[in-house]
Ligand binder design. Structure first.
Ligand code: ADP
Length: 216
């Protein structure tokens, strides 16, 4: 079953939420949750799939060998990150294992979710870096802010240096590309209450779009 077939099985509007590191994806998604919107985090799903006894562990063991599985049965994330960082073939292999499982889990959660609204937010940090989600979503929202703000926020959150944050940002889709590819941009350059007000507005727009979709 392709993602298109799966997507056709849900009447809900599927909204992807992406953005660079520190742009405010978590801040935005927790406010969507506060509004009562179902939010599905693909990073958290990937962690579960590769955690102890995770669904992806047998396939990872078969493909990459026991060196990539820790004693307590989870994927050795540091080791795997090192392997796939400079090795696209290995990265694609890992993605071929994980992405179908992530997609199935997303749709399981949509089907079994008790979301009160006709749209669902799927958080996909690297949405524009890979093609797996393109035909699955109805629209994509990019959380965005000036790069200096991204750096400040991540430094405060994690204690990384400005250089380290910039290196992570350099490996992600450039800001301008992300803005160009997104259907909507959520500009998070003010206070948290300002972000919430923008999301209140976006929520109303998404409800209208969801209503239009369910009518068809
Ligand atoms: P992401 O999930 O995109 O990496 P976060 O939502 O975790 O980004 O935001 C990065 C950091 O910046 C967090 O510590 C968060 O609390 C803070 N933050 C996010 N948006 C704002 C804002 N509008 N004003 C002040 N701090 C913010």
């Amino acid at each position: 079953m392709t993602s298109k077939h799966i997507a056709a099985n849900t009447h809900k509007l599927l909204v992807g939420l992406t953005g660079g590191i520190g742009s405010g994806k978590s801040a935005a998604s927790s406010y969507f949750e506060q509004l009562g919107v179902q939010v599905i985090d693909t990073d958290a799903i990937a962690h579960e799939l590769t955690g102890p006894n995770g669904l992806a562990i047998p396939e990872i063991l078969k493909t990459f060998g026991p060196a990539y599985i820790t004693d307590d049965g989870r994927m050795d994330r540091a080791k795997m990150r090192q392997l796939v960082f400079s090795n696209p073939a290995e990265r694609h292999q890992l993605e071929r294992i994980l992405h179908p499982m992530i997609q199935m889990t997303v749709f399981d959660r949509i089907q079994s979710g008790r979301g009160v609204f006709d749209y669902v937010v799927v958080v996909i940090p690297l949405l524009f870096e890979n093609q797996h989600y393109a035909d699955l979503l109805d629209l994509a929202i990019a959380v965005d802010c000036p790069e200096e703000l991204q750096i400040d926020r991540v430094m405060q959150r994690s204690g990384l240096t400005a250089d380290e944050v910039q290196r992570i940002m350099a490996a992600q889709t450039p800001r301008a590309t992300r803005i160009a590819k997104a259907d909507k941009v959520l500009l998070n350059q003010g206070s948290v209450p300002e972000l919430h007000a923008l999301i209140d507005q976006l929520h109303r727009e998404l409800l209208d779009l969801a209503r239009a979709k369910t009518r068809h």
